[in-house]
Design a protein around this ligand. Structure first.
Ligand SMILES: [Mn+2]
Length: 362
């Protein structure tokens, strides 16, 4: 019987068998194991794929393959892939052969976060998101919603199996956990803490420093300027519209930046990238249910989900004409204010127009 609770989802019988044991046992007949994650994979995705591939190769001696859905643009994430030499096959180039088992990490099926469909051979889903995915027919499910990072769960599996963790993998797992917790230790569970303690002595601190301080390309600064110029404050919410988002991940970077403003509790950024509106939300509120809130706000316009303090989403734009984008922006703003119980009001610019003009003249 499936066991369900608010915090975790694990299918199969609730026996004392370790989860890593069950995970490996189900792969006994697979000829190859392919790891997939969400679009624009982040450090938690990359670390989780790398760690589980090491587990499968060490314990089962089976070939593994790590994939990349979409591009990796964020400077830190690119540095992670380059410095740790992580080999990734574009998911659209994968030939799905019979006998190939697919393991999805840091994501769940049919949550609008993938561009591929490999539901036939999907063997496992290992994740920590609250976003409910389509898990019915997945043989192995380990979703722990109270966990800060999927990498913590993967570290747990490696430790259960008493496997030596090489520097490259320890560094990736540590960075994956670190970026998910992002200075908010209250969202971390004891399992995240123990994973960090275990990984720290094994990780390459020099490489970590080079990833954290990755050099930033020119469009990054243009985007930040655009975001600052189009940020409006509504009570304890700041909203930023970016008309030309150079990379999808940058909406999150803007939200991360704005949430540090001491006058607000919520930050929301929506940016146009190709024919999509990319959404990102942050809150400083403990147990803020940002993921759920953004999902309600977006509703049928698109897809959204996330965690207590962080959420993301995406809306396919019916048209990229300025008027069509403005309509969606107005609707999102109205819904956001309503969801946060903020009275309809005119937004206050973060930077006054007069100041922007003065700066241009001097
Ligand atoms: Mn994650």
């Amino acid at each position: 019987m499936a066991r369900h609770s608010a915090d975790s989802e694990l299918n199969g019988s609730a026996t004392s068998t370790r989860r890593s044991e069950r995970f490996l046992a189900g792969l006994a007949d697979a000829s190859q194991v392919t790891f997939v994650s969400h679009v624009n994979p982040d450090p938690d995705s990359l670390g989780s794929m790398l760690g589980l591939a090491h587990l499968v190769e060490t314990r089962l001696g089976k070939p593994t393959r790590l994939t990349r859905d979409g591009l990796i643009n964020r400077a830190e994430n690119r540095a992670m892939v380059e410095l740790l030499e992580i080999e990734l096959t574009p998911v659209e180039d994968v030939v799905w052969q019979p006998g190939n088992a697919v393991v999805m990490v840091d994501s769940q099926p049919n949550t609008g976060r993938h561009t591929f469909d490999a539901s036939d051979s999907l063997y496992a889903v290992i994740d920590h998101h609250e976003t409910p995915g389509d898990l019915q027919d997945v043989p192995f499910v380990d979703v722990r919603r109270n966990l800060g990072a999927t990498c913590s769960l993967v570290t747990r599996y490696l430790r259960e199996q008493d496997i030596q963790v090489p520097t490259q993998i320890a560094t990736a797992l540590l960075y994956g956990i670190e970026t998910e917790l992002d200075g908010y230790p209250r969202e971390a569970s004891p399992l995240d803490d123990s994973a960090l303690l275990f990984l720290y002595p094994l990780a390459d601190k020099d490489v970590l420093a080079r990833i954290r301080n990755a050099r930033l390309p020119h469009p990054y600064f243009e985007c930040i300027l655009q975001a600052l110029q189009s940020s409006f404050i509504y009570d304890r919410l700041i909203i930023s519209w970016v008309n030309d988002l150079p990379q999808p991940e940058q909406a999150a970077e803007v939200a991360d930046f704005l949430i540090r403003y001491e006058e607000v509790e919520w930050a929301f950024c929506a940016g146009v990238h190709e024919d999509r509106l990319i959404l990102s939300m942050r809150t400083v509120k403990h147990q803020g249910r940002a993921g759920e809130l953004l999902r309600q706000v977006v509703g049928k316009l698109g897809k959204a989900g996330g965690h207590h303090r962080r959420a993301g989403g995406m809306i396919e734009l019916p048209s990229t004409a300025p008027s069509a984008i403005e309509d969606i922006q107005a609707e999102l703003r109205r819904r956001l204010l309503k969801a946060l119980h903020i009275d309809e009001c005119r937004g206050q610019r973060l930077v006054a127009l007069r100041e922007m003009l003065q700066n241009l003249q001097t």
